[in-house]
Design a protein around this ligand. Structure first.
Ligand SMILES: Nc1ncnc2c1ncn2[C@@H]1O[C@H](COP(=O)(O)OP(=O)(O)OP(=O)(O)O)[C@@H](O)[C@H]1O
Length: 209
């Protein structure tokens, strides 16, 4: 299985954000997408996920399940953790598994991410890091080959960051693929990097009047 991106161009608000981007990520590999604020990291992930239509180029998962659309083979972990405040933690995860499809073990997933002891707590009661941990549990409850992770360490404490690194290593060992946008060290040994820094540069402080 291989994620292939060729000649990708993406506009946001009528302005070009990504131009002529190309790379491939094979089974078991990871790509860390770097770049300053506004460089287009989230835009790239959302375009791969099919949430933004590219202006040019193509995104394909070669060797994927021919009966499934690309978006059905992707997990997108974005800035919003998609936690339903009125549902208990375990029901949140069950709901996500039903929507995403998959036969992962809910209790095992909650145990792994350290939320088993609060499985009955409503989503509205979770801290930022706990919400993020619940998002990580979705990766396990509904297994999919391609993980798109947008700033996955945000709000995670040191223990959860080690857990994330282990989950990513396990996923790659099983032939999974990862594309992660990050400003931080993620614990992705051997990952390729794609630096979008050249695409756009933030205004320097002296530009601010
Ligand atoms: N809905 C939108 N309409 C217009 N422009 C947008 C929209 N969404 C994003 N942009 C612009 O696209 C560019 C890339 O944004 P994007 O969120 O992909 O950057 P990023 O690299 O993920 O940044 P950060 O590190 O701050 O998360 C930015 O200049 C942003 O202002």
């Amino acid at each position: 299985m291989k994620l292939v991106v060729e000649g990708l161009g993406v506009d946001r608000g009528g302005r070009p954000v990504l131009r002529d981007l190309g790379f491939a990520v094979a089974a078991g590999e990871a790509l860390a997408v770097l770049g300053p604020n506004g460089a287009g990291k989230s835009t790239l992930l959302r375009t791969i996920a099919g949430l933004i239509a590219p202006a040019a180029g193509r995104v394909a998962l070669e060797g994927g399940d021919p009966d499934l659309a690309l978006r059905e083979q992707i997990h997108m972990l974005g800035h919003l953790d998609a936690v339903k405040g009125g549902l208990a933690v375990r029901r949140n995860l069950a709901f996500a598994r039903d929507v995403l499809g998959g036969g992962g073990d809910l209790d095992a997933a909650l145990e792994t991410v350290g939320l088993a002891h609060i499985a009955d707590l409503p989503g509205s009661a979770l801290s930022a890091g706990q919400r993020r941990r619940l998002a990580l549990a979705r990766l396990l409850a509904a297994p999919r080959p391609l993980w798109l992770l947008d700033e996955p360490t945000a709000a995670l404490d040191a223990g959860a960051q080690r857990l994330l690194a282990q989950l990513m290593a396990d996923h790659r060992a099983k032939g999974g693929l990862i594309v992660a946008a990050t400003h931080a060290e993620l614990g992705l040994p051997g990952a390729a990097t794609l630096d979008l820094a050249g695409a756009r540069r933030p205004a320097s402080l002296t530009d601010v009047s």
